[in-house]
Design a protein around this ligand. Structure first.
Ligand code: ADP
Length: 368
């Protein structure tokens, strides 16, 4: 197991494109880190710099405290599973698993023992003699994972390893990857654009946008304490609702109602006078009907989506739109008028200019 340090890492591609900006992170031994963000935000580039497959333009990369920028991929003792799990089609599962060790000249008995051990962890024991074409997508993916974990490495890297699987297989493999991590305890970095994979697998998530790290935190921190508008909108499904409004006398107006948001502004109240904020609340935070200690709004139902465990209700609040998550038994009729409450403690405010969360606790003001 290894720990990794990334200090001020940048990647500028030969064509001048600055793909990763000032990336800083300490990854502890055995930690499961997920890089998440939309396509093109620099996740794979960062992973490839860690693997040694891409040069680091500037900054320092350390493995177990040792400078590793110049180390080749093999010297780093890192194994990687790619998106397209290239298995050797003419070799059995056994030989695919054994291949790397055979190349290294490892003793056949030792190889046999390791192949059987890994096959056991991954539930592949009954398939060792099969050819890859006779396996399902999920089984092939397990062989690819097996090839990576069969070598004793300090770090395990995975780049969108489930993207070629169908939805059901992805859920199964996700649980298996979590299980493998528990069994091997290997330091793991996992790249995905899927927030559910990030939330379910990670000890800590690194969320990126256009080459910049937006926030690093546990799934809990990212969901409940998003640092900015991007993180708040990225984590959570359906995403957080945002309504942009101008602050007047510590209040904003939504659907003809004055909402006093001064408790969220604290001593910053004056500085936000006349400025725009994004008022944010999660679809699942609302309660139908009127509640105490909440903002109560009137809305008209545009559309409902009954999903079984809940219903997504798309509403109009005068000139604003929102999605509300409700119990399916309480699904309102399309075009009906409803009343809903947003508990005050579930409200987020973001500075519309900087897009950062307005966090009065962070600036040391008293909450009224
Ligand atoms: P992600 O993994 O988050 O989808 P990547 O790290 O693959 O994103 O890419 C980040 C950005 O760098 C993208 O805009 C991509 O087009 C660009 N990029 C990737 N590889 C190269 C390259 N070899 N030369 C120039 N630009 C590249």
């Amino acid at each position: 197991m290894a720990y990794l340090t990334l200090k001020g890492i940048n990647k500028i591609y030969p064509n001048g494109y600055h793909a990763v900006h000032d990336f800083n992170l300490e990854i502890e031994k055995g930690e499961f880190i997920v890089f998440v963000g939309s396509s093109g935000c620099g996740k794979s580039t960062t992973l490839r710099m860690i693997a040694g497959l891409e040069d680091i333009s500037s900054g320092e990369f350390l493995i177990n405290g040792e400078y590793a920028n110049d180390k080749g991929p093999r010297e780093r003792e890192i194994a990687m599973v790619f998106q397209s799990y290239a298995l050797y089609p003419q070799m059995s599962v056994y030989d695919n698993l054994a291949f790397g060790l055979t190349l290294q000249g490892v003793d056949e008995d030792v190889i046999d023992q390791k192949v059987r051990h890994v096959a056991n962890i991954l539930g592949l024991t009954d398939y060792l003699e099969r050819m890859p074409r006779a396996l399902s997508g999920g089984q092939r993916q397990r062989v690819a994972v097996g090839r990576a974990i069969i070598r004793k490495v300090g770090v395990f890297l995975m780049d969108e390893p489930l993207s070629n699987l169908d939805a059901k297989q992805r859920v199964t493999m996700r649980a298996e990857i979590a299980q493998i991590h528990r069994q091997t305890g290997a330091t793991t970095i996992y790249v995905t654009h899927d927030q559910i994979e990030a939330m379910t697998l990670a000890d800590r998530i690194v969320i990126m946008k256009t080459g910049y790290v937006q926030q690093v935190g546990t799934p809990y921190e990212l969901y409940f304490k998003p640092a900015n508008l991007f993180v708040a909108g990225f984590i959570g499904e359906p995403p957080m609702n945002f309504i942009r409004r101008t602050v007047k006398n510590g209040c904003i107006e939504i659907g003809g109602k004055q909402l006093d948001i001064s408790y969220k502004l604290g001593q910053l109240k004056d500085s936000y006078e006349g400025k725009d904020v994004h008022f944010g609340f999660r679809p699942e935070a609302i309660v139908l009907g009127e509640q105490e200690n909440a903002f109560v709004l009137d809305a008209n139902v545009e559309l409902t989506e009954m999903l079984g465990d809940n219903t997504n209700v798309y509403v109009n609040i005068a000139d604003a739109n929102a999605i509300l998550k409700v119990n399916p038994h309480d699904t309102p009729a399309t075009d009906s008028d409803i009343v809903f409450s947003i508990p005050k403690e579930s409200v987020y405010l973001f500075d519309s200019e900087t897009e950062d969360v307005i966090d009065i606790e962070a600036v040391g003001a008293a909450v009224n």
